[in-house]
Design a protein around this ligand. Structure first.
Ligand code: PLP
Length: 631
């Protein structure tokens, strides 16, 4: 397991067990009498229809562990509680979950339920998000915040104001100065006293990839000039008491507490200024940015890792706010944060399968290198290569291989060399390269997955996630490989891995010859953003999803929800096609063919029922490869 740094990025939830499988400790600690969950057993149970209780779901598969989610929330809360208590801070922490990180209904419902006792709320950034947040928070703690961020039109603002009528604790955070007039106007029309926040554009700048929203030229938030104007206007209309929250977000994956403290202190100064100007300030909302350690290095040297723990993060925030407020004799505000990545990343694991491993180095067994048909130059190159290979002269071999190949490709392009002759030379060269130990040892493993659907951030921003075989961890990997997905797109591959590696240590695929062996891989820490951003490139839809809880049963777990991924019909519908009509068109075409063929003697494969059931299966199954399940 050290090959894959599991202890670094996986603790305390994931480890390798004595069977060589990934085990999951969803509560983050041993909760006897419960045993750790063997991830391979979960995968077998939900994918194999032949085992007792097997569900027969197709891969790829997302396995969600709501207990991990609960543990993340509780750890975040207790880290702030501890910092507040130990530093004698005069108020409390009350976080919100930004639903954009993963809008899955059950994740949001779980967060509202798990966080209800400590007033945990939600953050929305669009009209559909505010609708879902409002309806979910109806079951939550009435004090929980519903922070309304993002670009707003009158419909969005009306919804947020309507939320207050429903006694939901909505806060309209101004991202643009123009939103203020709408808020003033609509709140008067709807006869609602709004709670207003404002998002400040801080000077503190996070320099990593995720920091592009920060700094003076950042996309979001109000400048100091705009803040002063907003305060004046609110005062003129007698609504300065409505301004109660100051928000900022300096970017995701903040690398160090030094940068964090810098940003929080700047915002705390602004907060104190707003108090001085007469606003009834109550809350400082420090946005997202609480990072996680994707590569397990805890170095904070790249976007992949952060150099602090949850406790250190909370301590730095509380200390910075406290210091500034004490200096200015301002009452300590409620501290709110909008941590998304840190809450949802760990709780879901994407499972997929390697279906084949491309053998890159073929040896010329059936292709003879026939010197007769080749030119004088080619024959000379061949003699030279042969001589160098016999002498074991590696460098000359590589030189002659290049020369020979180049000459033959030119010959092929001119039409003087046949495809068999070119193949003969290619085979010979590969054989020599392998014989002198100069071949590229990296294999291409084809995986039953779409990078664009399930790991869009790898394609879009080169974000890396830990990828690990979820079994065979007690066996030494035999190869190094890159992962190539099912899409017909050259970007659909994963060739960068945590630890700065350009390939992954991988095991041999037993199913390349003998049947039954399957090779399962897991992508971890992808619970935030990946599902929400994933597209349907090549019309591969979303994976199957199961929800797994620890239980007293014989396997130590129970599957409480299972949903098959999007079928071909579902993804076609999403692009305005009509699968029912398509089905009829194809059936009709088969009928016409059948009529023609009947005259010529009939065709069993075109039997009415065979065609209908084959088409129905194809429309209703997932677009991924369906694999025979092992017995
Ligand atoms: N709040 C705002 C305004 C954001 O833009 C984001 C994401 O970038 C978040 C919260 C969540 O950030 P994170 O996932 O780093 O916690």
């Amino acid at each position: 397991s050290s090959l894959y740094r599991i202890d670094g990025w996986g603790a305390p939830y994931f480890a390798a067990n004595t069977s060589g499988n990934i085990s999951v400790r969803p509560h983050g600690s041993n909760t006897l009498p419960h045993q750790d969950i063997d991830l391979m057993k979960v995968v077998k149970k939900v994918t194999d229809p032949k085992i007792s209780g097997g569900l027969g779901l197709q891969l790829p598969l997302i396995v969600r562990f709501p207990d991990v989610l609960k543990n993340r929330l509780e750890c975040l809360q207790s880290s702030f509680d501890y910092a507040i208590q130990s530093q004698g801070y005069g108020s409390h922490y009350q976080g919100v979950y930004p639903v954009k990180c993963n809008q899955d209904r059950f994740i949001i419902e779980d967060i509202v339920e798990f966080g209800s006792s400590f007033r945990f709320g939600l953050e929305a950034g669009s009209k559909p998000e505010i609708l879902l947040a409002m309806s979910c928070l109806c079951k939550g703690n009435p004090e929980a915040f519903l922070v309304c961020n993002g670009f707003k039109d009158s419909e969005y603002i009306s919804l947020a104001l309507f939320g207050r009528k429903l006694e939901l604790n909505t806060v309209i955070v101004l991202e643009q100065e123009e939103e203020l007039d709408l808020v003033i106007d609509l709140s008067q029309k709807m006869n609602v006293r709004p709670v207003i926040g404002l998002r400040a554009k801080l000077r503190t700048k996070h320099s990593g990839h995720f920091g592009s929203t920060s700094g003076e030229k950042g996309k979001f938030g109000l400048t100091t000039i705009q803040i002063v104007r907003v305060v004046r206007k609110l005062s003129q209309v007698g609504m300065l008491d409505c301004l109660q929250l100051l928000h900022f977000h300096i970017g995701s994956q903040i690398p160090s507490t030094a940068l964090l403290s810098d940003g929080v202190a700047e915002a705390a100064q602004l907060y104190c200024e707003l108090v001085r100007l007469g606003a009834h300030m109550k809350v400082i909302d420090i946005g997202g940015g609480l990072g996680i350690d994707y590569d397990g290095s805890k170095s904070g040297e790249s976007d992949l890792s952060v150099a602090y723990s949850l406790e250190e993060y909370a301590a730095a925030v509380v200390a910075s706010v406290r210091f500034v407020c004490d200096q200015k004799s301002v009452k300590h505000p409620v501290i709110c944060s909008e941590s998304g990545r840190a809450i949802v990343s760990h709780h879901s694991v994407l499972i997929f399968e390697a279906v084949s491993a491309g053998q890159q180095h073929e040896t010329p067994t059936d292709l003879k290198f026939m010197l007769e048909g080749y030119s004088e130059e080619v024959r000379n190159d061949y003699e030279n290569l042969y001589g160098a290979a016999m002498r074991g002269d590696r460098e000359s071999c590589l030189l002659y291989v290049d020369q020979l190949k180049q000459r033959c490709v030119e010959g092929f392009k001119e039409g003087s060399l046949s495809i068999e002759q070119l193949a003969g030379v290619d085979g010979l060269c590969e054989w020599v390269i392998k014989a002198i130990g100069a071949s590229d040892p990296v294999l291409t493993y084809h995986v039953n997955l779409s990078v664009f659907t399930s790991v869009p951030d790898f394609w879009g921003i080169e974000q890396l996630f830990p990828i690990v075989p979820i079994h065979k961890l007690d066996q030494r990997p035999v190869a190094r490989g890159i992962l190539s997905d099912l899409t017909c797109d050259s970007d659909g591959k994963i060739n960068k891995f945590i630890g700065g590696e350009s390939s992954l240590p991988l095991h041999e695929l037993d199913n390349n010859g003998c049947s039954g062996g399957r090779y399962y891989l897991g992508m971890f820490l992808g619970g935030a953003y990946e599902e929400a951003l994933g597209g349907v490139h090549n019309l591969f839809g979303g994976p199957s999803v199961v929800r797994v809880l620890q239980s007293d049963g014989p396997h130590g777990f129970a599957v409480t929800r299972a949903v098959m991924g999007q079928s071909s019909a579902d993804v076609l519908r999403a692009m305005q096609h009509e699968p029912e009509l398509m089905f009829q068109t194809l059936k009709h075409r088969a009928e016409e063919q059948r009529n023609n063929n009947n005259k010529a003697g009939g065709d069993k494969a075109n039997d009415k029922l065979v065609v209908a059931s084959c088409l129905a299966r194809s429309f209703n199954n997932m677009p991924y490869l369906s694999m025979e399940t092992s017995t």
